[in-house]
Each structure stands twice: as C-alpha cells, then as structure tokens.
Design a protein around this ligand. Sequence first.
Ligand code: NAD
Ligand code: DAU
Length: 352
Amino acid sequence: MQRTILVTGGAGFIGSHLVRLLVNKYPDYRIINLDKLTYAGNLTNLKDVESRPNYEFVKADIVDAAAILQLFKDKGIDGVIHLAAESHVDRSITNPTEFVFTNVIGTVNLLNAARACWNDAFSGKRFYHVSTDEVYGALAPTDSMFTESTRYDPHSPYSASKASSDHFVRAYFDTFGLPTVISNCSNNYGAYQFPEKLIPLFINNIRNNKPLPVYGRGENVRDWLWVEDHARAIDLIFHKGKNGDTYNIGGHNEWKNIDLIRLMCRIMDAKLGRPAGMSEGLITYVKDRAGHDLRYAIDSSKLQRDLGWTPSLQFEEGIEKTIDWYLANPDWLEQVTSGAYQQYYEQQYKGR
Ligand code: NAD
Ligand code: DAU
C-alpha cells in the first residue's frame, strides 16, 4: 500500500461518503476508518465497501489518548482526515460537555499522536481537520458571505467546540510545524444523514404524516451543499491544499428554512401521489432554538480559484435525488429510527 490514511468519524454521514470515495478512488491506499460508533455512527452506511482489501474499520474513542497513540504506532499512519465529532447543535444545547470531550480533547489527542509518531519527520504527512462554517457566527440578511479571514464568533456549544478545535490545529502548525490543513463547510445534505437534522427528519416526517417542527418563524437561512461535493472537496484539499491554510467549502445556495421546507413538501406530495398542498399542512411552528444563528453563507471562491473545485449538482436536482434516496431506502430509515442499526457492528465485525 502506498499510503495509510486514517479517517475519523467514517461511519457518520459525511465520513461514510468520504470513505467510499477514497476506497474506490485509491486502491493503493489503506483507508482506516476509526469510529466510536455513537448514535450517529452507522456501519451499514459502508456495506458496499466493507470487504475491500484496502478498507479497515477500528472501533475506538478519540477521547482515549492512549488508544489513539497506540493506533498510530501500530498502523504507520501517513495522513489523518479528522471528521469525528459530536455534530448536532440541539444536542450541544442539552449536553455541552460531551462536545468539549469529543470535539476539543479528541482533536488534541489526535494532534498529539500524530506529532509523537511523525516525530518531526513531516515529509509526506498531513493532518486534515474538517470543520464548519458555524465557527464564523451569524450573518445579517445583507452581510457579505463568510471568507477564510472572517473573525471567529461561535454562538452554540457545538460551534464553540469546533472553533476551539480549529484553534488547536492552527496552534500545532504554528508551534510544532505539524503539516495541517483545515476546511470550513456549510450545511450538507444527501443520503445517509441521521434523521435528527432538518432535511432527513422532515423527509421522514412527511413520509409518515407527522408534524414538521419549524423553529421560530422559519426565517433562518442555511447554505446547502450536496455531501458528495463536500467529499470531493476534502479529497482535493487533502492532496493539493497548502499546509497551514484554510479553505471554505459551500454551495452558493442559500435557502430560508421555510422556503426549503415548502419545496420539500411540494416535491414529496408529487412523489407520494398526495394532493398538492397536503404535506404543507404538517408544518408546525415551535419554540425557537436557543441562540439560533440567523444566516450562514460561505464564500468558497478561494477553493474554486486555487484548487479548481466547483459543486457538481444544482440544488433542485440534489434535493430531488436526496428525497428519492430516502424514499427508496425505507429500511435504512426504519433501522435508524428503531435503533436496530446499532447491532450491525456486533453481528458483522466483533471478533474479526
Ligand atoms: P455525524 O454526526 O453524522 O458523524 C460523526 C461521526 O463521528 C459518527 O460516526 C460518530 O460515531 C463519530 N464519533 C463521535 N464521537 C466520537 C468519538 N469520541 N470517537 C470516535 N468517533 C466519534 O457528523 P457529520 O454530519 O458527518 O459531520 C462530520 C464532520 O463534519 C464533523 O466534524 C462536523 O463538525 C463537520 N461538518 C458537518 C457539516 C454538516 O452539515 N453535517 C457541515 C460542515 C462540517
Ligand atoms: O453549517 C454547518 C452545520 O450544519 C454543521 O456544522 C452541523 O454539524 C450541522 O448539523 C448543520 O447545523 P444546523 O444547525 O444548521 O443544521 P440542522 O439540520 O440542525 O438545522 C438546519 C436549520 O433548520 C436550522 O436553522 C435549524 C432548523 N431546524 C432544524 C431542525 C432539526 C428546524 O427548524 N427544525 C428542526 O426540527
């Protein structure tokens, strides 16, 4: 094998798309997927690549410093693409401390292990930290988009923990010369997203004729990117990005929540053979999320200019494709909502 790449959080939403891309595109790389398998980790997302000779799964917790160091020593890791995180803003409001452990301490443990094992011999090595646009805070409706030099201003415990981890990654580049790179991406959508996040939750609720809980007045704006375009950007930045640099990734695709929800309702009425307007009747305005950021919008022109990345899918096509995927995979949704997916590791992996 040419290179051994550690992907953390590879059983999650974005991680599973990235692992699939890397395993298929680089047969000469050994791709190690390290994941704790929290509620968000689902190994069934990777059934199609799990028997490939260049893929390996390791169940481990990035908060366990000794286990992470041992893994680095045992596996001869050349590159890290770090996605493992607690990722849901609402959960960070209920339990902030978990976000500090995983997102901050976990990241520092990985940085320390890379530093200890690479031992200042950094040629051919890279530590890539996957972060979020939420570290930049919230925009007013007429503000210009977040650029790589926008001042950090996180508001939720989730975004504060991601901002902290970004600072540690930059500090390890500045202080120890560790070859790091960071990307900050906008909201992703697509297949295999845990149905606690807006798009898969609402698709599932529309499917089951359940209420659609819109926070506040639905006026908040998010900038949506198809997850496979994010995975392509990560691949590009990992291979071509500059050490010490930051790259924003986004779709130039801002949607007010309520407009997006109405669009999903219209598409799904047509696909489910329901009378036009029926699913909109499920919209229920509920108490707003505490500290709810009004608007995110990412300027990804640096990535487009320097590395030639562009999103491949228009949103109207992507959202339809995404709805089609969830409707064609009711078993996936049912296993996730019932918790049955959590038995897959015991059934398929334990004792291997
Ligand atoms: P996710 O919640 O779907 O997946 C997270 C994965 O990390 C899961 O497989 C989980 O089991 C694993 N994990 C959690 N804690 C762990 C620990 N202590 N040790 C090892 N593994 C652990 O998240 P996602 O939406 O795929 O996001 C992945 C990364 O991308 C995160 O770092 C997130 O901050 C970032 N990001 C997400 C989005 C988005 O829209 N989803 C946008 C920009 C950036
Ligand atoms: O911007 C990138 C971020 O996008 C990532 O870093 C996070 O990991 C990811 O979870 C996502 O954060 P958001 O908070 O923007 O995503 P979420 O899907 O939770 O919510 C999207 C919008 O929809 C937000 O304005 C809140 C609103 N919402 C969400 C839910 C779950 C509702 O109105 N009702 C809901 O039930």
